[in-house]
Design a protein around this ligand. Structure first.
Ligand SMILES: Cc1cc2nc3c(=O)[nH]c(=O)nc-3n(C[C@H](O)[C@H](O)[C@H](O)COP(=O)(O)O)c2cc1C
Length: 418
């Protein structure tokens, strides 16, 4: 390691101890979304996973995934760039291409998707400790900036601890632990295990910069998780996608900050995408972000849902503006013109749940967490009951809404390359 190179703790301090971390998300944590998420409280962001060999060898791939504004000092820092890899030299070559435009380079050891099995990367390296060690050590020895790693856990906590120690021994300077095993994906995602994350935290050297990942629905959960585990930072993926306000931990009294109005945040995000035309990735991801931001809203306004469904990456911004963004603004303005809006716009907290937090009822014109259905039933019993009563409604509005729910579910949970 060169003498000027920072270790994990020094880097973390230099970045201002950033404890609210936007997760790496394929097709979703691209430049525009990172800019938006930072405005709503994220203070460290990861890029989507990029394929190291392709990044190192294909100019076209690089152009599609990375632009001159990614990692820009004023716009896009602090930033960790994440790669998946199985060849130390390609990983190093890819990392060298970005080392001047980010604060650290991360190795993805968590991707559980079929494409990772085929490509032999992500969580499918979990049994190949020698290879993982080489991948990390080569960056640690030869890169100008620190290397970091994001791992999943094994069922066995002792094995996971040995695994984490190996990753740190190889040179990883931040360790992010996603508290799910490789098999927990899609319908089998289930809850992340904070116990095992805490066990790792308690048993790894105290100066390890340690992030926990999994189960964040509300800003309150970030504080609860950080206190319980005693970690340096909390990473959120899905919680942030459906509600960027989830990182606004210091503003829990301000509902516009923690459950932003969909019309306001959609406009803000749309203007950001337009302001970074260099970023192909931001343009490509926009439709999916629209669906996620508007998830609670679209079942009530199926006309707007149909408009979005017909649009694609080539649809001019003007059409997006008139048919979607302005249309949403108009509908929400009408809602806010109602005389009883104060009552309608209230947020209520449910009772304390076994998982340690409370579900909250949020009006559909505000961003809110999404409860992934398991075998067709969502985790939140209250929401499940609501869906059931909707299903029993025989009027055509109920029918339409249910159909829209199904379609939005398909749109927002299309298999990703995470
Ligand atoms: C759309 C999507 C894409 C993802 N892509 C990546 C990725 O590129 N790299 C990675 O390490 N994890 C990826 N993940 C996993 C998340 O970073 C995170 O570990 C996981 O979703 C658990 O966090 P959560 O409970 O806050 O969602 C992705 C997750 C989602 C929802």
């Amino acid at each position: 390691m060169s003498s000027a190179k920072l270790n994990g703790r020094q880097l973390f301090q230099k970045l201002g101890n950033p404890g609210r971390i936007l997760a790496p998300m394929v097709d979703q944590s691209e430049l525009a979304w990172r800019i938006l998420s930072r405005k709503y409280g994220a203070n460290l962001a990861y890029t989507p996973m990029m394929h190291a060999k392709l990044f190192a060898t294909s100019e076209k791939y690089r152009r599609d995934m990375w632009c001159s504004l990614d990692g820009d000092e004023k716009l896009d820092r602090p930033l960790v760039v994440q790669f998946c890899a199985n060849d130390p030299e390609y990983l190093l070559a890819a990392a060298k291409l970005v080392q001047d435009k980010c604060d650290a380079v991360d190795l993805n050891l968590g991707c559980p998707q079929g494409i990772a099995r085929k490509g032999h990367y992500g969580s499918f390296l979990m049994e190949e400790w020698d290879l993982i060690h080489k991948l990390i050590k080569n960056l640690h020895d030869n890169l100008d900036i620190p290397v970091t790693a994001k791992i999943r856990v094994f069922d066995d906590r002792e094995k996971t601890l040995e695994y984490a120690k190996m990753v740190l021994d190889a040179g990883a300077q931040f360790l992010c632990v996603h508290g799910r095993v490789r098999e927990q994906k899609g319908q089998k995602t289930g809850l992340a295990d904070w116990e095992i994350i805490k066990y790792l935290r308690d048993n790894l050297p105290k100066d390890t910069v340690f992030f926990a990942n999994g189960n964040i629905l509300y800003p309150e959960d970030i504080k609860r998780c950080q206190e319980y585990i005693g970690c340096d930072g909390i990473m959120s993926a899905e919680g942030n996608l459906y509600n960027p306000g989830v990182f606004n931990v210091g503003k829990t009294d301000d509902k516009d900050q923690i459950f932003p109005r969909v019309d306001k945040i959609l406009r803000e995000y749309f203007e950001i995408v337009k302001s970074v035309p260099e970023s192909k990735a931001s343009r490509i991801a926009m439709k999916s972000h629209f669906f996620k931001i508007l998830r609670p809203f679209l079942p009530h306004h199926t006309d707007i849902r149909s408009e979005i469904a017909q649009m694609n990456v080539k649809t001019p911004f003007e059409d997006w503006d008139t048919k979607v963004v302005s249309a949403v603004e108009k509908v929400v303005a009408e809602i806010f013109a109602k005389t009883d809006i104060e009552e309608l716009d209230s947020i209520t907290k449910g009772s304390l749940q076994l998982w340690g937090g409370c579900y909250q009822t949020v009006p559909y014109w505000r961003c809110q967490p999404y409860f992934r259905p398991v075998n067709g039933v969502t985790g939140d019993k209250r929401v499940a009951a609501k869906l059931e009563s909707d299903a029993q409604a025989s009027d055509s509005t109920g029918e339409k809404k249910r159909k829209a729910e199904d379609e939005i579910e398909r749109e927002t949970t299309k298999p990703s390359r995470k």
